[in-house]
Write a protein that binds this ligand. Structure first.
Ligand code: PMP
Length: 461
């Protein structure tokens, strides 16, 4: 839309009057001042007034190749002009077939079958439904329970939201009762003061095994986990966590779904993080976001040969996987994803992430020195600062406004963040240069210092 052709006050009013945004508070929509993002180049976005910001969260962890790339839109336009839509049910198309092949080449182990979806939620939903389908066909109809984790986020469909474990989202909407079991918080930062990380790791693995035994292995279908728990606060598990959890799953015939909607496509310097970073080959991987660098919606759930073989041939009993979307494998999205992969390879994006990650993590960890910061953690190009406020309090004391206060200060200095209660999360476009990383952390450090001054003035520190 061109703002030159419309009055911006009208536009803002239309947004307030007619546009219900995700996670919108219902009390007074007019009170919420949203930034209108109208342009972008590289790691920067510009608002309606032409002010420029570093996009700390890369949209929503997705704009991997940065803004203003022309290869992806050109590939989309070419595909749309040639053939804009093909039914994935009765037909196929070259773009989605080629993309399935390119994805399968980059997945770990025997994960070779790609089911395309419209985004991350529908990828998780399809993964969970495939697990049900496979178990039902194999006569394991009792195996229904999904084990997930507190603070996990897996999506906004009925099923994917049911396996999401954020407290703040529970209670307002109904969820699939009795289907999901949530393991306790896996954040090493909130472990007991006397507990070592190694002991915490043992406890977390035991939490999974005990849950399976308590529910009964014959009733547990799958364990779902983000390699790094992303919007729950970039929770990096202790080394070995996923590997040991996979071993527990194997022991009890529980499938392992690795939700790589955030970690897939370069965030940790690899196409997928499950094997390359965490040394596991899960049964199913879900991805979205970075698959098209956010230029157009698309997701995928990638299934292992083992699971496909379990229900192929005679074992299929004539069944069909009755799950699919009008836009599964949409040719324009597939063309965008193929172009995105080409840009990754041409511009050596994965190598670039490896090159700049040490500086990113060094500057991130240095923030822990600031008195307001309880924990500064991250991996690859994902970071989070978790604040604690009460001077005499323990490390868990939280202040609900602090993330928002830091975010507001940083926005004034040209950096957008994602505030989450007492945390700020960031995951910049993967094309970020070292000088830009320094600029980003300079602003963030200053934003935290200014917030600390505010808190002192308010008598909260
Ligand atoms: N899984 C994870 C780990 C996510 O972070 C998200 C979105 N933030 C989703 C699934 C859902 O993806 P989408 O919003 O594309 O439906």
């Amino acid at each position: 839309m061109s703002l030159t052709n419309s009055n911006f006050d009208d536009v803002r009013n239309w947004d307030i009057e007619h546009h219900l945004h995700p996670w919108e508070g219902m009390e007074d929509p007019a009170a919420y001042e949203r930034t209108f993002v109208e342009g972008g180049e590289g790691i920067y976005v510009t608002n309606e007034a032409g002010e420029k910001f570093i996009d700390g969260p890369a949209g929503m962890w997705c704009v991997q190749v940065g803004y203003g790339n022309t290869d992806i839109p050109q590939a989309m336009a070419k595909q749309a002009l040639e053939m804009a839509y093909v039914s994935p049910f009765s037909n196929s198309n070259s773009a989605s077939a080629q993309l399935a092949h390119e994805i399968a080449k980059r997945t770990p182990g025997d994960l070779n079958t790609v089911f395309f979806t419209t985004g991350g939620s529908t990828a998780v939903d399809s993964a969970l439904r495939f697990v049900q389908f496979r178990n039902n066909l194999m006569g394991k109809r009792e195996k229904k329970v999904i084990i997930s984790r507190q603070k996990a986020y897996h999506g906004s469909t009925y099923l994917s939201s049911s396996v999401s474990g954020k407290e703040r989202d529970k209670g307002w909407l109904d969820q699939a009762e009795g289907l999901v079991y949530f393991l306790p918080n896996v954040n090493p930062y909130v472990r007991g003061k006397a507990q070592t990380v190694a002991e915490f790791l043992d406890e977390k693995v035991a939490d999974l095994e005990n849950a399976i035994l308590e529910i009964g292995p014959e009733k547990v279908a799958a364990f779902i986990a983000e390699p790094i728990l992303a919007s729950g606060g970039v929770i990096v598990p202790p080394k070995g966590y996923h590997k040991r959890c996979l071993e527990v799953c194997r022991k009890y015939d529980v499938l392992y779904i690795s939700d790589e909607v955030v970690t897939g496509f370069g965030r940790l310097g690899h196409w997928f993080a499950s094997e390359a970073v965490f040394d596991i080959v899960p049964d199913i991987i879900t991805c979205a976001k970075g698959l098209t660098s956010g230029y157009v919606p698309m997701g995928a759930c990638i299934i292992s040969d083992r699971l496909i073989e379990d229900i192929s041939g005679d074992a299929s009993k004539g069944a069909t996987f009755s799950n699919g979307f009008t836009y599964s494998g949409h040719p324009v999205s597939a063309a965008a994803a193929l172009a995105n992969i080409e840009v990754f390879e041409r511009d050596h994006i994965l190598e670039h992430v490896h090159k700049v990650t040490p500086l990113f993590l060094e500057r991130l960890h240095a923030l822990a020195e600031l008195p307001l910061v309880g924990d500064a953690r991250g991996e690859g190009l994902m970071g989070c600062v978790e604040c604690h406020v009460k001077a005499e309090g323990d490390q868990l004391s939280m202040d609900h406004e602090v993330g928002g206060m830091i975010d507001a200060h940083c926005a004034k200095m040209g950096l957008l963040l994602r505030p989450l209660i007492n945390m700020c999360v960031f995951s910049p476009p993967l094309v970020i240069e070292e000088a830009q990383i320094n600029q980003m952390f300079d602003i963030l450090g200053e934003g935290i210092r200014r917030t600390t001054d505010d808190l002192v003035r308010q008598g909260k520190r």
